[in-house]
Write a protein that binds this ligand. Structure first.
Ligand code: ADP
Ligand code: MG
Length: 723
């Protein structure tokens, strides 16, 4: 076993080889455990940095680390990445010729490689096992270890064979890695691999950089195209339920001028490989795929995962959406949902063979549907599914948290809806009930004579979305029941009757009208034009070397370059994510591009901020609450009263909102003549201090008014004013 290296050595290796300035949670502990010759069981979410946990100790321990990985397609990527870092690594699999395999095996025996990647089926071949017993092995790293469990979402029979490894190599440490979440699978892994008192690490399953959002499943194509147009740089995956669906969608997107390819198990393996390659190499930015496009996607800069259709289970949703944002940068997870999708899954559930299977499937559908229909924090609900308590996240959490939670009393509306369900004799779905409420004269409404009902048209004052939301809310609270066997027919439950007749009150968070586009996933870039040039350079170099662009540098690194404008290799290496080997191979080319840009444009570096604080400052939630109430027509005095705040604080909130570029109707707050006077004085006195401004304007003007106008002027100067 190697001498335990001093902490300093670990860190310097982390920086000089991998270019990272610190460990991610759990990494150091796992690295040290492997250096101590212990077994390891590490549960880390996707993007948590599992690879480093075995790659780093492999460099320090004598012998070669054997990495078991399920997908041949991925090995080349991983090994290419390591070689770019100057790490002697190799893989052995069926994509190589006999000669190549011989060559690599010789290098392995000669102790010239520190890591070898193999698939389990090759590993367990007698010839390969013989080779290994002649070699010196530092440890076995079993990646995607959940593949060993039939309870996992990716069971692979070949993994089962790994049980024999322990008997064959009793003195070699084992390290199992997985992002799986359920307790059942965890137990299975420990048992099957016969891990010996492993050092355990369980990270949080929270993926802080992912933003969750559920949208109604209507005009999905339009929404998706709008999203893609709003994020012209972003690449991502769109999951569809059917093979035909992926092809239709890819065709549609291409017609819209967005490069997209389909991927599903029915395509020829050559086509599949090509399409996946095009995605990984940034030749197309969208893949429309079935779930066959899965674990093989190690691309770190997947900026969005969109689901056209409802996944079967919440664990599937977690894993699939989790393919976004491995690199830790902000990314979007968007699910399009309709009650009809859930009904379809319920039907599938009933088609299962045994009662036990039906019971599990039913439960899974209900969990999935409840999540999609939930009116509370989605992140919290997702983590709760994995038994993880979660307090909350202020920034970029989910569509529910984006909107301040204002509860409205909707008892009267709930009574209208419930009574309309009763009047239509509990024989129709939500869409029809809403049509009646809204006073539709559609053929179906007329055919059943529902235009004659007393409830016809009593809901005209609210939009369709409101009624749909309320319907889901009533379903969620159990006041309505939806019969999945009979076309989602609604009926009123006991608790619904308590609302209708018993005076029970209903409150609901009312979502505001959704913005046309969701919050952008792309972080802002200091010099966008340079960023584009660096991306182009990266793409050129990658193509010449037949590598995916991210193997050269991650987007984040290019973004840092664009903002810091390093002028020499020293400054370049100070950027996190750039190790010594990268500086040697690519430094000069990127520096030349940056120098050229500086010459052409005379740009100076942006002030560097400590890493992690680079996000633009958002509006505080409390300010947003006040702004929302204001947009609903309340005046400042009323908002102050409702929220139990002083009017002065509310003025401050609105000023904050104006400065942040929110739409605040100033004409409701300050008369035009007064506004003009305030503007004039602010213009003279400057914005720094309000006291002199107030003094010149006189007692008749309040600080509140002045601060609003000041905020408006500041926003306008930034070019963000909305008025
Ligand atoms: P996992 O296998 O857990 O999904 P990976 O090993 O693929 O995750 O790592 C995800 C990303 O995180 C990679 O792009 C990797 O470069 C990056 N990464 C890993 N460790 C660190 C670290 N200590 N600091 C910064 N980035 C890291
Ligand atoms: Mg991994």
């Amino acid at each position: 076993m190697a001498e335990a290296p001093a902490a300093g050595d670990l860190y310097s290796l982390l920086a000089s080889v991998f270019g990272f300035s610190s460990f991610r949670p759990g990494q150091e502990r796992i690295v040290r455990a492997l250096l101590d010759g212990r077994d390891v069981f590490a549960l880390m979410p996707t993007g948590g940095g599992k690879s480093l946990c075995y790659q780093l100790p492999a460099l320090l321990v004598d012998g070669v680390a054997v990495v078991v990985s399920p997908l041949i397609a991925l090995m080349k990527d991983q090994v290419d990445g390591l070689r770019e870092l100057g790490v002697p690594a190799t893989y052995i699999n069926s994509s190589l010729t006999g000669n190549e395999i011989q060559e690599r095996q010789r290098a392995l025996l000669a102790g010239q490689v520190k890591l070898v990647y193999v698939a389990p089926e090759r590993l367990m071949m007698p010839a390969f096992l013989r080779l290994l017993s002649a070699a010196r092995i530092s440890f076995f790293a079993i990646d995607e270890a959940h593949c060993i469990s039939e309870w996992g979402h990716d069971f692979r029979p070949e993994y089962r064979e790994l049980r024999r490894l322990r008997e064959l190599f009793p003195s070699v440490p084992f390290a199992a890695f997985t992002a799986t979440a359920t307790t059942r699978v965890q137990g299975d892994i420990t048992q099957q691999l016969a891990l010996r008192d492993p050092v355990r690490f369980q990270g949080s399953f929270n993926r802080a950089n992912l933003h969750y959002e559920v949208q109604p499943r209507r005009r999905v194509d339009d929404h998706v195209v709008a999203y893609l147009r709003a994020h012209p740089q972003a690449s991502g995956i769109i999951y569809c339920a059917s093979r035909a669906g992926t092809e239709d969608l890819a065709r549609h997107l291409n017609l819209e001028g967005i490069k997209a390819l389909p991927y599903h198990a029915g395509l020829d393996s050559e086509v599949r490989r090509r399409n996946q390659d095009a995605f990984i190499k940034d030749d197309v930015r969208v893949v429309a795929a079935t779930i066959a496009f899965g674990m093989g996607i190690n691309k770190p800069d997947v900026r969005f995962v969109i689901h056209y259709d409802l996944p079967k289970t919440l664990e599937n949703y977690y894993q699939e959406s989790g393919r976004a944002g491995r690199d830790g940068d902000p990314s979007d997870c968007i699910l399009f949902y309709s009650g009809g999708d859930a009904a379809k899954l319920r039907r599938f559930a009933e088609e299962k063979d045994t009662e036990e299977e039906r019971r599990i499937a039913r439960w899974q559908v209900e969990q999935m549907a409840a999540w999609a229909e939930s009116t509370t924090c989605r992140r919290q609900a997702l983590l709760a599914y994995f038994d993880e308590a979660f307090a909350g996240q202020a920034d970029r959490c989910c569509d529910i948290c984006d909107v301040p939670g204002i509860e409205e009393d909707v008892t009267v509306e709930a009574q209208k809806l419930l009574s309309c369900v009763v009047r239509t004799r509990e024989r129709f779905g939500l869409a029809h009930v809403i049509a009646v409420l809204r006073g539709s004269q559609s053929e179906k409404v007329l055919k059943f004579g529902h235009d004659k009902l007393s409830t016809h048209g009593i809901g005209r004052d609210r939009i369709d979305d409101f009624w749909r939301h309320l319907g889901r809310h009533l379903l969620g609270m159990g006041a309505l029941r939806q019969d999945s066997d009979r076309y989602n027919v609604l009926s009123v439950t006991e608790s619904g009757r308590a609302i209708l007749f018993g005076g029970r009150r209903v409150t609901m968070r009312v979502p505001p009208v959704k913005r046309a586009e969701t919050a952008p996933a792309d972080e802002s870039v200091a010099n966008p034009e340079l960023f584009e040039r660096l991306r182009a350079l990266r793409k050129r170099l990658a193509d010449e070397r037949n590598l995916p662009p991210y193997v050269i540098f991650h987007d984040r690194v290019l973004r840092e370059m664009s903002s810091r404008l390093p002028y020499d290799s020293h400054a370049l290496q100070a950027i996190p994510g750039i190790g010594g080997a990268k500086v040697k191979s690519y430094g000069e080319m990127f520096l030349a591009e940056i120098r050229q840009y500086r010459l052409e444009t005379g740009t100076a570096p942006a002030e560097t901020e400590p890493l992690g604080s680079a996000r633009p400052r958002g509006l505080s939630r409390t300010a947003r609450d006040s702004a929302l109430l204001f947009s609903r027509g309340h005046d400042i005095a009323k908002i102050a009263q409702m929220r139990n705040l002083t009017p002065r604080t509310v003025y401050g909130h609105l000023a904050e909102a104006i400065e942040a570029g929110e739409e605040i109707d100033l004409s409701r707050l300050v008369l035009p003549a007064r506004r003009a006077r305030i503007e004039a004085v602010l213009h003279d006195e400057g914005y720094d201090m309000l006291a002199p401004v107030r003094e010149r304007l006189g007692e008749d003007f309040s600080y509140g008014e002045i601060s609003l106008i000041r905020a408006y002027l500041i926003a306008r100067e930034r070019g963000r004013a909305s008025a």
